[in-house]
Design a protein around this ligand. Structure first.
Ligand SMILES: O=C(O)C(=O)C[C@]1(C(=O)O)C=C[C@@H](O)C=C1
Length: 274
């Protein structure tokens, strides 16, 4: 049976994404304590696939995920899942909001609830944890004055009360998760591809790179720059577009782009989440 890893413990949003990915498949879910552990887990062959958060509609890219895929491991993006993210304020049964003096959660979740924390819990100490469910677990074991930001599922798993629901700043809050695997996925006819490249520091370089897609009517769905990490001012461009690396038009475009890039790599082609 294939093994699918997720950021644990049970009750994280990544766990929800992994459950969605596993639906109708015969797979075995494996919990990992951090995103790097999870990504190394798939790279080293401990698991077949890893479900990791990639991008949030409010907070943008999950840098650790993107940077590890680009710089540290040899895995492909083979799937994507988009989930609505609704956060709750959780506490031990019977505890009231004004009794809380510490609130724990994953940094992404704390950031997505910044306004609520400022308006309703101003002055409380905010503590970062490895995941939202890890925060709920600590609250279950910790003093009564601790609260956590996490999902309804985490409240059930750790026996906590939900003091407030939907405390995220925007009700359209959602996170895009990707599936990482050691083998590339096959074309489905409704795919997306992620690539990364760098260009020379001369006028028009990026324009000429993007022109390759425009001329072939290839629809770009995301463009982002990340530091190359070698020196200040050196960037890698990450581009997502519709199509699969095995499509003739995409192959033609990528051949041209590779020929004029300083660095070029395909991160993977995968079925588009609809
Ligand atoms: O802590 C969790 O529950 C996670 O699954 C991680 C994570 C993330 O890193 O983006 C996933 C979705 C939400 O955006 C908040 C946290």
């Amino acid at each position: 049976m294939e093994k699918v890893g997720y950021l644990g413990p049970e009750g994280t949003f990544t766990h929800e994404a992994a459950l969605l990915y596993a639906k109708g498949k015969q797979v075995y879910l494996v919990e990992y304590p951090s995103i790097p552990d999870l990504i190394y887990g798939v790279d080293k062959g401990q698991i077949d696939h890893a479900v990791v958060p990639m991008e949030n509609s409010m907070e943008g890219t999950v840098n650790v995920t993107v940077d590890m895929i680009i710089h540290e491991v040899s895995v492909y993006i083979t799937g994507e899942l988009v989930l609505p993210i609704h956060h709750c304020l959780l506490a031990k049964p019977g505890v009231q909001l004004d009794e809380l003096w510490v609130v724990l959660s994953h940094p992404q979740a704390l950031a997505q609830c910044r306004k609520f924390l400022y308006e309703r819990l101003h002055g409380v100490e905010l503590r970062a944890t490895s995941s939202t469910a890890a925060a709920a677990r600590e609250v279950m074991m910790g003093p009564r004055e601790w609260g956590a930001i996490g999902s309804k599922h985490a409240a059930r798993v750790f026996g906590l009360d939900i003091l407030e629901e939907n405390i995220e700043e925007h009700n359209g809050n959602c996170t895009r998760f990707v599936v990482l695997s050691r083998q590339q996925s096959k074309p489905t006819g409704c795919d997306k591809t992620s690539i990364v490249f760098s260009v020379d520091h001369k006028p028009g370089s990026l324009y000429h790179a993007l022109r390759i897609f425009a001329e072939r009517h290839i629809n770009l769905t995301k463009i982002e720059s990340r530091p190359m990490k070698t020196s200040l001012g050196e960037y890698l461009f990450l581009v997502d577009f519709e199509g699969h690396v095995q499509d003739a038009v995409v192959q033609d475009a990528l051949d041209e782009l590779a020929g004029q890039s300083r660095y070029f790599a395909v991160l993977g082609s995968y079925p588009r989440f609809t």
